[in-house]
Design a protein around this ligand. Structure first.
Ligand SMILES: *[C@@H]1O[C@H](CO)[C@@H](O)[C@H](O)[C@H]1NC(C)=O
Ligand SMILES: *[C@@H]1O[C@H](CO)[C@@H](O)[C@H](O)[C@H]1NC(C)=O
Ligand SMILES: *[C@@H]1O[C@H](CO)[C@@H](O)[C@H](O)[C@H]1NC(C)=O
Ligand SMILES: *[C@@H]1O[C@H](CO)[C@@H](O)[C@H](O)[C@H]1NC(C)=O
Ligand SMILES: *[C@@H]1O[C@H](CO)[C@@H](O)[C@H](O)[C@H]1NC(C)=O
Length: 231
């Protein structure tokens, strides 16, 4: 009889400690202690946080604190089973078990809970050169803005920076031929860059880097000689 009583007492003690465990962990009771504040046990800290060295609450690996330290946000790379886990991020989704920036978005290097618009053309803001190069190929990030490399220009139809070919240089496409001073002046004619009809009237000496005044002078000479010829 005494033995039975002891067993019952032990059972009850055991059961009560299990109840304690269940309410702390399994039933999802989360603490309210914010990140950086003092704690003694993990369960006292907010969701997705733990009590580091039984001293202060810290976000778990792959979570980052919000500015007011009251939440631990998922970041790029956080394990997930559904989009819900990544919902504290901006413009993110769950792909193959990890929170990832949505298509056309990239991680903000200052805050990996935040996905920002991917740059797609020169002038778009960027953080690093590879972000520009990923979409535009031969491009760099200069002072936070995407730019094509020096001898390259952006072609809207392809979304890429293409090597610029000058007059009489070999080409495959009209968009290869490009003069930065006169963006619409060239086209690709039989694999060679040529002046478009619209600009041809302005060009007198092939390939000459003529200044407007020289061109004007030559034009005047031609005009004069033609007039004289007619006369
Ligand atoms: C997450 O949401 C996207 C749409 O934003 C959807 O295409 C995708 O299937 C969702 N993924 C999961 C794991 O629910
Ligand atoms: C990241 O922080 C730096 C320095 O504080 C700032 O110049 C930059 O604009 C920030 N980047 C973004 C995408 O907010
Ligand atoms: C980081 O970005 C997330 C999502 O946009 C935002 O909720 C959070 O407050 C940001 N964290 C910081 C420290 O700015
Ligand atoms: C550039 O291309 C996009 C589609 O790729 C189009 O919507 C836009 O109108 C084009 N812009 C110009 C100036 O041609
Ligand atoms: C010559 O070039 C000027 C600008 O440089 C342009 O306004 C003009 O239309 C051109 N003339 C012809 C005939 O193409």
């Amino acid at each position: 009889m005494r033995f039975l009583a002891l067993v019952i007492v032990l059972f009850l003690q055991n059961a009560s400690s299990q109840t304690q465990d269940v309410s702390d962990y399994d039933l999802g009771s989360k603490g309210t202690i914010k990140i950086g504040d003092a704690c003694k046990r993990d369960w006292q800290c907010i969701e997705n946080a733990f009590c580091r060295a039984q001293q202060t609450c810290l976000c778990e690996t792959n979570y980052a604190p919000s500015t007011d330290r009251s939440k631990c946000h998922a970041i790029v790379g956080t394990n997930c089973r559904s989009n819900e886990t990544c919902a504290t991020m901006t413009n993110a989704e769950c792909v193959q078990g990890a929170c990832t920036c949505q298509r056309d978005f990239i991680p903000d290097i200052n805050n990996s809970s935040n996905c920002i618009t991917r740059p797609t053309k020169p002038g778009d803001s960027c953080q690093r050169s590879d972000e520009c190069a990923d979409t535009m190929f031969r491009a760099l990030c200069v002072n936070g803005i995407c730019k094509c490399l020096g001898d390259f220009h952006f072609v809207n139809d392809t979304g890429r920076c293409v090597e610029s070919r000058g007059i009489y240089q070999p080409c495959r496409h009209n968009h290869d031929c490009f003069d930065p001073q006169k963006p619409e002046s060239l086209y690709c004619n039989n694999n060679e860059c040529a002046y478009t009809a619209k600009y041809a009237g302005n060009v007198t000496i092939p390939g000459a880097n003529s200044s407007p005044s020289t061109a004007g002078l030559i034009g005047l000479l031609i005009f004069t000689s033609k007039s004289l010829y007619i006369l």
